[in-house]
Design a protein around this ligand. Structure first.
Ligand code: S3P
Length: 162
């Protein structure tokens, strides 16, 4: 089994991913963490020193490296849907789940914006959010609305539909 969580920053991919993996007895993989480890620096630094394009290359490489993984929950970065090849790779033997969350809720939830270069400016973040919604929906095998729900509720909703 391979479950891939997609959605905007702050939609709960990491927290839901951890609980989901624990409940289903699966491993958990955080794509951003793999990128940070590989480069030896945080996301802000990668964006600032090497540029977003380099970050996207690394993200695509990781998506490719994960094709053979099994029995895992994969938490993606919010921009993974930008490139079709990423989703194609992640979907091999896997099921994508979109954690759909409103921008209002995301603003409330996202207190840690320190290492999120694309969330520093709220106006451009909202534009990015709007431009991404269709992509998440199009690429989702399952959509779970998360507004007003706890991590446990979202997790159980996913489990009940798998
Ligand atoms: C990004 C989301 C981030 C991280 C990077 C870019 C995006 O991941 O990959 O800052 O383009 O939406 P989270 O969704 O885990 O915050």
């Amino acid at each position: 089994m391979k479950l891939i969580l997609i959605g905007f920053m702050g939609s709960g991919k990491t927290t839901v991913g951890c609980l989901l993996a624990q409940k289903l007895g699966l491993g958990v993989i955080e794509m951003d963490d793999l990128i940070i480890k590989k480069e030896g620096k945080n996301i802000n630094k990668i964006f600032a020193e090497d540029g977003e394009a380099r970050f996207r290359e690394l993200e695509s490489q990781i998506a490719k490296d994960l094709v053979k993984k099994e029995n895992v929950v994969i938490s993606t970065g919010g921009g993974v849907v930008i490139k079709a090849e990423n989703i194609e790779n992640l979907k091999i033997n896997g099921k994508t789940i979109f954690l759909r969350t409103s921008f209002l809720e995301i603003k409330k939830r996202l207190t840690n914006i320190e290492d999120r270069p694309l969330f520093k400016d709220k106006i451009s973040a909202e534009k990015l959010f709007n431009s991404r919604q269709k992509l998440y929906e199009k690429n989702a095998d399952l959509i779970v609305d998360t507004d007003g729900k706890s991590v446990e509720e979202v997790t159980y909703e996913i489990i009940s539909q798998n």
